[in-house]
Design a protein around this ligand. Structure first.
Ligand code: SF4
Length: 444
């Protein structure tokens, strides 16, 4: 979401004549787009601001550096932030792009068609497209609803125009974004849902793939799952955070579902979309989590065998319900032990899931060129360039660029035969380029 917000602000700045620089040292303005969902992210933002402060102090006079901070670090009141970071010139809450633009160009006309006509410039064949902002759920540990506000959906027309603009500029895959993406449309007059939106953008010229993030179990509907199964460009990948598998912990988190309801949705997805990859998010060490309750989460992972698990140790976020009313009573070392236990179990599961892909041929969208080095090669010559992309099920694939091929053909589809696997990525060899609109993995 922050990447999409940064790109949108960059598009607004470009419209006012500003240009991106390669390094902050060359910039007249630095915008730090912040995330405070966990303490670590907040610490990183604060330390980056310290670096900008030194840069600002080294420059004086007309070439001074202006610093703007936007994103979730900025709440409705900024007095504390202003006292802590007095060198920051402008503070803007998430999506408050106008504040930054007006600070730079006070008489700029940002009304009328300024924003509806301003689409981010794509940086490659994939793009994030926010479709619903904010969140109404108020999970007790989460700061997002306080910082990003209530759920607000963009209209289908507005989103479709952005997708068309991206595709006209080379984008082949869009990821539709929302904190709770299946809540899309509930606040709009004619109540369209995510399935309607898939259908509305499906035939956009140039578009090959549609992804969506992040699912909230209670907002999921069978209609949406069926749309994933029926529409060929919608990729069969779901990210459905479970957070914990114990009902008391889920209630304390105010997640709004029981583990039985969660299981029902996962089974329904697997019934309707058998090839679906499912990933999840887990928080360990939430207030009052006992060893037995934690064990239920480990058991759930072994039962459901997710393709990927994003795990975080709970860290209290000031201003949230948990911060106000619940005791953060699991010691940090114990949180880390639980986190590593989840990682170990998931590494084994992902190893097994990915091993099963050995020898298959996968359809991959060519997303980038990278150079990789193995440990043995440190200090030696680098490996030849490696191309990378993802399968429809969101698995990262690398394969060597054919010798003599200088044009990476980003945005094309290629079939890759998988020759090596790891829990985190797949390696393979090209098995031919093709121009099929979208198809599933084919056996070798
Ligand atoms: S659903 Fe819960 S965890 Fe997700 S953004 Fe909303 S409040 Fe935060």
């Amino acid at each position: 979401m922050n990447v999409a917000d940064s790109d949108k602000l960059a598009a607004g700045l470009a419209k006012l004549g500003w240009q991106e620089t390669a390094k902050p040292e060359d910039a007249d303005l630095a915008v730090v787009n912040t995330c405070v969902v966990r303490q670590k992210a907040e610490d990183r933002a604060a330390s980056y601001l310290g670096r900008l402060r030194r840069m600002k102090e080294e420059r004086n006079g007309e070439n001074g550096l202006q610093i703007a901070v936007m994103g979730c670090m900025v709440g409705p009141r900024t007095d504390d932030l202003r006292a802590r970071f007095p060198y920051v010139d402008v503070w803007a809450r998430p999506q408050s792009f106008d504040l930054i633009l007006r600070h730079l160009v006070p008489d700029s006309d940002l009304g009328g068609e300024f924003w509806p006509d301003t689409f981010p410039k794509p940086k490659g064949p994939t793009a994030f497209v926010p479709i619903i902002h904010g969140c109404n759920k108020f999970c007790t540990y989460c700061i997002v609803p306080y910082r990003r506000g209530r759920e607000r959906s963009r209209t289908i027309d507005d989103i479709a125009r952005e997708v068309a603009s991206h595709c006209a500029n080379g984008v082949r895959e869009v990821t539709l974004l929302g904190q709770t993406v299946e809540a899309y449309g509930k606040d709009l007059d004619d109540k369209p849902d995510l399935a309607d939106l898939f259908a509305a953008i499906h035939d956009t010229p140039g578009l090959r793939r549609i992804r969506f993030l992040t699912s909230y179990p209670r907002d999921m509907t069978e209609r949406i799952i069926r749309a994933v199964a029926d529409l060929p460009k919608v990729c069969e990948h779901f990210n459905i955070p479970v957070q914990a598998a114990d009902n008391d912990i889920l209630a304390r988190m105010r997640r709004g579902y029981t583990i039985e309801e969660y299981l029902e949705w996962v089974h329904r997805i697997r019934d309707i979309v058998p090839a679906a990859a499912i990933s999840t998010d887990v928080i360990v060490g939430f207030c009052g989590e006992t060893e037995a309750q934690f064990q239920r989460t480990l058991d759930l992972l072994q039962e459901l065998r997710f393709d990927k698990v994003h795990v975080a140790a709970y860290s209290p976020r000031p201003g949230t319900i948990a911060w106000r009313h619940l005791e953060d009573d699991v010691p940090q070392e114990e949180k880390m032990r639980r986190l590593h236990a989840i990682e170990a179990v998931q590494e084994r599961i992902a190893t097994e899931i990915n091993d099963a892909l050995l020898g298959t041929t996968q359809e991959v969208l060519i997303e980038g060129v990278s150079r990789s080095r193995t440990k043995k090669q440190v200090g030696a010559d680098r490996e030849p360039p490696v191309l990378s992309g993802r399968t429809r099920t969101n698995k990262l694939v690398h394969w060597p660029r054919p010798p003599g091929q200088t044009d990476a053909r980003l945005g094309e589809m290629i079939h890759v035969r998988i020759t090596r696997t790891s829990p985190w990525a797949l390696r393979g060899l090209p098995a031919g380029r093709h121009s099929v609109q979208a198809d599933a993995a084919v056996p070798a």
